[in-house]
Write a protein that binds this ligand. Sequence first.
Ligand SMILES: [Zn+2]
Length: 357
Amino acid sequence: MKFLSIAFLLMVSPVCFGLVVLQYHHVSDKTPSSTSVSPDLFEQHIRYLAENNFNVLTADEFADSLTFEKSLTDDKSVLITFDDGYDSVLTEAHEVLKKYNFPYIVFINPSKVGSKGYLSLKELQQLEGDGAAIANHTWNHPHLIREKPSETKADWRLRVTEEITTTQQFIEANFDATTKLFAYPYGEFNQALAQLLEQLGFIGFSQHSGAIGHFDNRQALPRFAFGGNYGLMSDFRIKVNSLPLPVAHVDVRDKSGNLLYEPLLTEGSSIPKVTIQIQNNGSHPKNLQLSCFASGVGSIAVKKIDSTTFETQSPEPLPVGRSRYNCTATSKLAGRFYWLSLPFYKKNDDGSWYPEY
Ligand SMILES: [Zn+2]
């Protein structure tokens, strides 16, 4: 998460680091379209990866790549992930992935394992035996950033810690998982959760989009989610070939100019102003032009301050719920675009939470 890691941004390496994480839920024609990719389209995605020599990483290889931060730009490395442990991972996706010998990750909620529509423990163990890794998505799939009305900060911390640690105990008791990977339910996180995951030794995934770069917080990594309108081949090709925008510094401010450190927008901060400074090392096109979009708004103006500094801000308040600013630019590599995504969450005007979805 870029604006969680401002201190870290000062230490960025000039090497362009690139990893793309794909996120699926259902692979089916019969489940809600917003979280489903059809079996036919899924097969096209996987065939594209095989035919275009993508390196599909195991969980361990992915963790090593993050640790050593080697440049993967030319390797075209991807991680394939499924959230929630739905049964279509076995009935539809598994055979396709097995055919190409591609490893993948299934993020599970132990409270759902074996219930209707979800994989059973035995089925998950079968997938693991065929090359899948089973990973942590909390016990109950709560909105982790929402404190309960009666809860103190300490109560909240204890509850979310238990959601994570009991799930990890379940995984370690039933699977051979070695790499500690965690996906935030609904992609929702804050600084306290990212710090907790770091203390517990996890790599964390959110669901804002973009390729992973040096500047990304290891406990809030982006993933490209496919389902509904996202994932047609024209869209998939661009995303899977994307590169991290080579950022030196990003800051996000409210209308009074105060820095914002959390994706959850506070009162008076629903039109965040973002300043993006690009690395000045010659690795990117000289006249780099950024294009930015805001959820629910569309294209938003980008002001070029100097050759490496850009400012962007939505002309109107972001909608209630989860939204993003996405910025892209042409890279020096044909057909490959730089990508940066900043997630934002906004409560209802009366301070209550937006509907659960
Ligand atoms: Zn989920």
